[in-house]
Design a protein around this ligand. Structure first.
Ligand code: AVI
Length: 320
């Protein structure tokens, strides 16, 4: 057991984190079309808000994926075999991992990888308590960058776990790149991955516009982070959250929209917003089983199995 986290240096040097955030924010907000990268949602507050989103009635993704996983973990365990080593990308609260760990045959090693240090450590502490025989080695890293994890002698197959449709937050070309890097750099034998399916606009837009306003708070938390960490002067009450389905691109887009013409500062930098101007903060791509398989194949993986729910809302694929 090794609950002292490894900080992946190439991927995440803690001293550079705020510099990197500042650089990305300044670059994204100075461009003619303003953008912020969605990975910056996940400070401690953002990670907790995301956890709450997963429990809203509108956000069908989490509960549907849980249902699918519950029904297919026995088969996955049969295919993956005993003494598996599990690496989870963007592990967050590691909630779905429990389903997998309980079903696998004597899993040996669990490596959760997440950008949010506090959240990662709390989640792994709880997991270690419930799975005392499991070797848990958390890594604080940004998995969208290069990540190498040495393989240990004598363990079973290496299974990558990437649930929650997080792959949907990457543009398709970036997603292919990530899938092929996991194959080449992490040398996994299997990849268990959840992705959200294309469906009608109403269901998609309400999943990202929950009535209790948690997704709005999650989106606007980015401006709060800029205020507190980068000395920003955003008046949060003068911006609103918006999520719209872009059917041509098969993605839900999240935006922060300025309610009036206004100016905000980040340190010395002055930023002008027209009324109605938006900051594009996230894309959530939706796939069909065929379009996802084409992408996985392009990256060098073979689709071993794919499971969906009765309503065809969500899918879980096992790539080999
Ligand atoms: C983490 N990710 C898969 C979520 C999604 O659905 O794209 C993030 C999210 N954004 C708004 N609600 C949830």
């Amino acid at each position: 057991m090794n609950l002292t986290p490894t900080i992946e240096h190439e991927a995440l040097d803690m001293n550079d984190v705020s510099d990197e955030f500042r650089h990305a924010v300044v670059l994204g907000l100075s461009a003619p079309i303003k953008t912020l990268e969605c990975k910056y949602f996940y400070d401690e507050v953002g990670s907790e808000l995301f956890n709450q989103i997963c429990g809203t009635p509108e956000y069908y993704l989490t509960r549907t994926e849980n249902q699918i996983l519950t029904s297919c973990v026995a088969k996955i365990s049969e295919i993956v075999g005993e003494r598996a080593e599990i690496i989870e990308l963007g592990s967050g609260a590691s909630l779905k991992t429990r389903l997998l760990l309980e079903a696998l045959n004597r899993p040996r090693v669990y490596v959760p990888v997440d950008i949010s240090a506090e959240y990662l450590l709390r989640a792994t502490d709880a997991l270690q308590h419930d799975f005392p025989m499991l070797d848990i080695s958390p890594i604080i890293a940004d998995f969208s960058k290069n990540l190498h994890i040495a393989r240990r002698e004598g363990e079973g197959n290496r299974l990558l776990f990437f649930p929650g449709s997080t792959i949907g937050n990457f543009k398709p070309e970036e997603a292919v790149n990530l899938l092929s890097r996991t194959l080449n750099d992490l040398m996994a034998d299997y990849f268990l991955i959840g992705f959200d399916l294309v469906k009608e606009r109403k269901t998609l837009e309400s999943a990202y516009n929950d009535a209790s306003g948690i997704t709005a708070a999650f989106n606007l938390n980015l401006l709060k982070r800029i205020n507190s960490e980068l000395n920003g002067t955003f008046d949060i009450s003068k911006f609103r959250h918006e999520a719209r389905y872009n059917q041509a691109k098969r993605r839900v887009e999240m935006h922060i929209v300025s309610l009036k013409a206004q100016r905000a500062r980040i340190g010395e930098l002055e930023l002008d917003f027209a009324s109605g101007e938006s900051i594009h903060t996230e894309n959530c791509y939706k796939y069909s089983c065929n379009s996802f398989e084409a992408m996985a194949t392009e990256a060098g993986w073979r689709m071993e199995r794919v499971w969906t729910d009765e309503k065809n809302l969500f899918a879980v694929a096992l790539l080999a």
